[in-house]
Design a protein around this ligand. Structure first.
Ligand code: WT7
Length: 649
């Protein structure tokens, strides 16, 4: 057993009440939805797949993607938990996403439709996107990027972000995308950890009519992490920036050089070669670089997207996440392109300049599938129905939710007001580490508001007690995955031991993956996610470690110790409360609290800013010195503090 679990108090007892009320509320798929479904026999497939997982994934690997050379073995579990999939196969995900479509009728099909916050719009056919990616791939090569090198990408939500990812993959390099909402220290430590010599960024990004100075943040991050040798800067906002000679280059200058030829062969890659690193928060210390490899990942994300969102050539699919998170990697960039689908990408916020922005876009582009997060749904719901009902949303046929548990009230609103009771909602539970959907319905599965329903084909998930025995109906326990799957993360970049400790140590004897979540199954075997059991917070669906916020706080010269907890919030799911011990002689006040908030904003990013900072003289700790956040949380929520036998004093 690891010591990572100091189980949090039940995140909110509200969830308990909601689950009990929604368990018997069943929404059956309409006959029209079932008749249209690409995979009508999904329930039978689930049984079939579990009976022979390897043959099942073998068939999907043949069907979903092309291989330059066939694999010799579907699954190699000899080094578990370091599983290998499609061993010996040669492939390239950019080939499967672009090259192969650019040679068929899809050449002329729209791959991407993009609209900016201020209404500029662009479209890219598969042919054009393929050419742009080829050009940028040649630019990267000319900057000395080689197979196995890492490229850090730090940009706003612009089409050039997916292009940079695809170009990196095309030449066999590894991308590390850092979400544009992160700030100096977060970016610096990710560059450092990945040892990226090349960084791709923008001068700035638009956010609610204002610009964010991405290049300025980059300059500071590179000062802290001098491993970077070249910075490629896309001109997006046109704001003034400093360009350092010999280090910084404009994207458009490089793309107009003769080396930026529109022809570039996709590098033949081994199925188990790394595709990307994506940093995510864990229980302790710095964010860890979750590593995904090419072969299994591409098969897994294409299968899940096709089955769950029933993606067809006629669709206009909109995943409203940011490409900088796993949702964007898998389901904005790679899977829709692999399937040859048309995606829509939007730069701005859901409610800017008005709360009808999204609904206007759905109407304008005839969006058929919308995939977003509960926090966005709740945010739009609070403005009332009229912002949505004045738009024609009849093109929509499927809706999706991801990132945190969706409260049944928001689910019902989404279903009634946005989906007009015609669109099934795909509540997809998964993680950065799982690569793709794990517990999810498909359009033919009966739904319950707030439940992700059942594990996907080939996935064996369960809710278990500490000793590994399965929990009974409605009993909360550890959410585990009992069988490997092709989309699973392969390791933590540069720290395989941490990979074992974090995911495979809790149930080492059984060889199961522990997700870090608590969940329960109801009488019908439907899964209900309760929340994180570790020191990971979900704030507006964003994942943050208490440790990241705490280390930002203590990096301020007046703070000597800090503890951070998540407190349930109607809109954001959770907000951050921070408790700080100041250096002796310093007294806390409102001004200092504001200064500390600004400090966290520049160190980590706006998403990490505490809603409240309280100054205290001491923090509750175990005798071994671990902060007992559970007690702080109980105090804030006015709940019983439970077992305090390990408390130091
Ligand atoms: C954590 C993973 C996977 C893409 C976005 C988040 C929570 C995610 C759901 C859902 C309940 C969910 C879990 C999980 N989570 N989706 N549909 N219902 N909880 O990826 O940032 O790696 O976070 O998000 O707690 O462990 P991530």
């Amino acid at each position: 057993m690891t010591t990572t679990l100091e189980p949090n108090i039940h995140p909110d007892s509200q969830r308990e009440v909601e689950i009990l009320a929604a368990e018997s509320e069943i929404y059956h798929p309409s006959p029209e939805v079932v008749a249209q479904a690409l995979i009508p026999n999904y329930m039978d497939l689930r049984t079939e797949a579990l009976a022979d997982v390897e043959s099942y994934w073998d068939a999907r690997a043949q069907e979903m993607v092309d291989w330059f050379e066939p694999y010799e073995k579907v699954l190699d579990d000899s080094g578990k938990p370091f599983y290998k999939w499609f061993v010996g196969g040669k492939t390239n995900i950019a080939y499967n996403a672009l090259d192969r479509h650019a040679k068929t009728w899809r050449k002329n099909k729209l791959a991407m439709i993009w609209e900016s916050e201020d209404g500029e719009h662009r479209t890219y056919s598969f042919f054009r996107l393929w050419q742009e990616v080829n050009k940028f791939a040649n630019v990267l090569k000319s900057m000395g990027v080689k197979k196995g090198d890492t490229v850090t990408i730090y940009m706003g939500r612009v089409p050039e972000l997916p292009m940079a990812m695809l170009a990196t993959a095309k030449i066999g390099a590894i991308h590390s995308v850092v979400y544009g909402g992160f700030s100096e220290q977060s970016l610096a430590s990710r560059i450092e950890d990945a040892q990226s010599k090349v960084l791709v960024t923008c001068d700035g990004a638009w956010l609610r009519g204002k610009t964010v100075n991405l290049k300025e943040i980059v300059d500071e991050a590179v000062r802290r992490s001098p491993v970077v040798q070249s910075v490629i800067v896309l001109k997006r906002t046109g704001q003034p920036v400093t360009m350092e000679q010999g280090r910084d280059y404009w994207w458009h200058d490089l793309m107009s050089l003769p080396i930026a030829s529109p022809k570039c062969e996709s590098e033949p890659m081994d199925a188990e070669d790394p595709l990307f690193i994506l940093y995510t928060s864990g229980t302790t210390g710095k964010p860890k670089g979750v590593l995904h490899t090419i072969g299994g990942y591409q098969v897994y994300i294409a299968t899940t997207l096709q089955y769950v969102f029933d993606l067809k050539d006629e669709d206009r699919y909109w995943c409203a996440a940011d490409p900088g998170w796993i949702t964007g990697h898998s389901y904005i960039v790679y899977a829709p392109l692999i399937l040859g689908a048309t995606s829509f990408m939007y730069e701005g916020a859901p409610d800017y300049p008005y709360p009808n922005r999204w609904w206007q876009l759905v109407e304008k582009y005839g969006i058929t599938i919308l995939y977003t997060a509960p926090t966005a749904i709740r945010g739009l719901m609070r403005f009332g129905d009229a912002w949505a009902t004045r738009h024609d949303l009849s093109s929509l046929r499927l809706l999706g939710s991801v990132g945190e548990p969706i409260n049944p009230e928001a689910w019902r609103w989404y279903h009634r007001v946005i989906g007009k009771e015609q669109c099934p909602i795909m509540d997809t539970w998964w993680q950065t580490e799982t690569g793709g959907f794990m517990i999810t319905p498909t359009p033919v599965v009966p739904l319950k508001p707030g439940s992700g329903t059942l594990p996907f084909t080939g996935i064996e998930a369960d809710v278990v007690r500490e000793d590994g025995t399965s929990c009974g109906p409605n009993e909360d326990g550890y959410l585990v995955l009992k069988k490997p799957w092709p989309g699973m993360a392969r390791t933590v970049w540069g720290d395989p031991e941490r990979y074992i400790q974090q995911y495979w140590a809790e149930f080492a004897k059984q060889g199961w993956y522990f997700s870090g979540d608590s969940a329960r199954k109801d009488d019908d075997g439907y899964f209900w996610i309760i929340g994180r059991m570790d020191d990971v917070l979900k704030v507006s669906g964003y994942r943050l470690g208490t440790a990241e916020v705490e280390s930002a706080l203590v990096s301020h010269k007046l703070v000597s110790e800090a503890a951070v907890i998540g407190v349930p919030d109607e809109l954001k799911g959770n907000v951050i409360y921070a408790f700080c011990i100041l250096n002796s002689g310093v007294t806390g006040n409102g001004d200092l609290a504001d200064e500390l908030k600004r400090h966290v904003r520049t160190e980590v990013g706006p998403i990490a800013v505490p809603a409240k900072i309280e100054f205290v003289d001491s923090l509750p700790k175990t005798r071994s010195g671990k902060i007992m956040r559970r007690l702080l949380k109980a105090q804030v929520l006015g709940q019983p503090i439970g077992d305090t036998s390990t408390l130091a004093d």
